[in-house]
Unconditional design. Structure first.
Length: 294
């Protein structure tokens, strides 16, 4: 069942972080029974519901492949895993696992797919970005997502808050006012090195296409192409426009000295960023900055 449903396995970010931290810090396999006894609070073993919740969340992520379990039941984190890269590991895992499923499973699956669909829907909209000027929260997330995805809605009673929490955890949402603003900067940043592999400068359209291959929730990505025709009461951006969410993230990465956005001498090769206050910026080339000049 859905990982964003707070009554289902996989929904607890607290347990996800707790278990991963313990496995990474241990640095070697740990018996399942020892893991449970080490991490459960004193009173939790006396609570049948609490004990089951711990194990169900552990099993969910074992089944997804976030952690490994050998034939003797010993559990361990993948080599090179660190505490700081957990969000990017989880996001990559969701994308990799979805890549093995059919398009119909992406559209109608009920495990990790509800999160991918709802976040793709949010990223396609202008309203909840800095350009749009509104934030999204539990009070309006049903309108933000469900009004555009008839038949594929999030459950209003127990999925909206968990969906938003995962959105922040995975780097697609930033706290803003009493809710969140759609901003995928932190989700994008770990992929820059791979996107620019073999060079430090790319035509901007090539960059957007490559980014969509790594993060299919974004412009030109597979989920976006699959879901947009299903969205109602929504107007797509023009082919030469970059979505407001991605536009903001790229300008933010430029301000962080990770990227440099350049205008092309040939406007036919450029794309237009959509920014607050009606500002539009033409970009034809993008440069990856691996080191910040002092």
């Amino acid at each position: 069942m859905s990982m964003v449903n707070n009554a289902h396995p996989g929904s607890s970010l607290i347990l996800l972080n707790l278990i991963d931290r313990a496995l990474v810090r241990r640095g070697k396999p740990i018996a399942r029974a020892e893991l449970l006894e080490t991490l459960r609070p004193e009173l939790l073993p006396k609570s049948e519901t609490g004990a089951k919740r711990f194990e169900s969340n552990l099993d969910f992520w074992l089944e997804e492949g976030l952690w490994l379990q050998d034939s003797e039941g010993m559990i361990f984190a993948p080599p090179q895993a660190s505490e700081s890269d957990l969000p990017s590991r989880v996001l990559q895992l969701l994308i990799d696992n979805a890549a093995t499923r059919s398009e119909s499973a992406i559209l109608d699956g009920t495990r990790t797919e509800p999160f991918l669909r709802a976040m793709t829907c949010l990223l396609a909209q202008r309203r909840y970005t800095f350009m749009g000027g509104e934030s999204v929260s539990s009070s309006n997330a049903a309108e933000a997502v469900n009004s555009h995805l008839p038949g594929r809605e999030l459950n209003e009673s127990n999925e909206l808050s968990t969906f938003l929490a995962y959105g922040e955890f995975l780097g697609f949402l930033e706290p803003f006012g009493k809710g969140y603003i759609v901003d995928p900067t932190l989700a994008i940043e770990p992929y820059l090195e791979r996107i620019f592999e073999g060079g430090r400068v790319l035509p901007f359209r090539v960059f957007v296409e490559r980014l969509g291959e790594y993060l299919p929730l974004l412009d030109e990505g597979g989920y976006r192409r699959l879901l947009e025709p299903c969205m109602e009461n929504w107007k797509p951006d023009a082919p030469y426009e970059v979505s407001a969410a991605l536009s903001h993230a790229l300008v933010r990465l430029e301000s962080m000295f990770r990227l440099r956005l350049e205008k092309s001498s040939d406007d036919s090769l450029s794309m237009r960023l959509l920014l607050p206050n009606g500002v539009q910026r033409s970009v034809g080339e993008i440069q990856y900055r691996t080191e910040v000049a002092v």
